[in-house]
Design a protein around this ligand. Structure first.
Ligand SMILES: [Zn+2]
Length: 271
């Protein structure tokens, strides 16, 4: 499947000109909410005209009030199920497997890195407790599937803004829906992913002796790149991998327990 989501471009909603921006290699899809009113008082009123007006208002807000050079996000998903390009160049970039550097998910201390290098989707509304309507949900699934496919991002890496920055975005309700969103995207792409791996706590995973799978391969490759020899890169966390983790932990001053927990994985740029 290629990028099939229908997106209203910046030209089509008559954005103020800006850019060009540097291209990045995305690792995540980042989910936000706009923190606007919900239906029936939603800014776009569920119409395409309203969606374009909202995109313009957000661009102006981000430029004038936030001091950013353009819309902070890459895509806007409105209550009517309309998807609009945010930062200039975003649509062309993702169709080619890249993203444009944006400003929606700055990394705060002890949070995930790579948010601004990855496509960020603003969902119109406040989803602390309010539940998203079906049209907006369907377009979100469609957009995420297109992004995962064209940029080779695993649905497991559809993440909430709060995982990158100190914020409650995208709201408690929407954050809790992320496992369901990942599942819907994986199903659409006909991928079979262990349901457990779709839960929200994947960033807190721990790899240790006995762990197996692609995450272990990534760990072994990264250790090897950093000259900590784990032995064969085979996806099996054995004594060789444990020794390499200990040497790495020693080199960066982490506790030398041979277990690759969140701190070690983050230090290795794996999460
Ligand atoms: Zn956000």
């Amino acid at each position: 499947m290629l990028f099939t989501a229908q997106v209203v471009t910046t030209d089509e909603w008559e954005a103020e000109p800006s850019g060009p921006f540097s291209r990045t290699v995305p690792r995540f899809v980042v989910i936000h909410h706009t923190d606007n009113n919900n239906p029936p008082n939603d800014p776009s009123r569920g119409t395409i005209e309203g969606a374009k007006r909202l995109a313009k208002n957000i661009q102006i807000f981000h430029k004038r009030s936030r001091g950013w050079s353009d819309s902070g996000h890459n895509f806007l998903n409105t209550t009517g199920g309309f998807i609009l390009e945010g930062r200039h160049g975003s649509l062309n970039a993702v169709k080619q497997g890249f993203c444009v550097l944006s400003a929606h998910a700055l990394q705060d201390s002890l949070k995930l890195a790579g948010g601004n290098q990855s496509p960020g989707i603003e969902n119109e509304g406040n989803f602390m407790t309010f539940e998203m309507g079906q049209a907006q949900w369907n377009s979100l699934v469609e957009l995420c599937a297109s992004l995962c496919e064209s940029c080779a991002i695993s649905p497991k890496n559809i993440r909430g803004h709060r995982e990158f920055s100190n914020t409650d975005c995208p709201g408690d309700w929407l954050f809790k829906q992320l496992p369901r969103l990942r599942k819907a995207v994986a199903d659409k792409l006909e991928m079979h992913i262990d349901l457990h791996e779709l839960e929200n706590n994947v960033a807190g995973q721990t790899l240790k002796v006995g762990s197996t799978g692609p995450e272990v391969i990534k760990l072994q490759k990264r250790l090897s790149e950093r000259n900590f020899n784990p032995g064969p890169i085979d996806g099996l966390f054995g004594d060789g991998t444990r020794s390499a983790v200990i040497l790495f932990q020693r080199s960066v001053g982490l506790e030398e327990d041979g277990i690759a927990g969140p701190q070690a994985l983050r230090s290795l740029d794996l999460i």
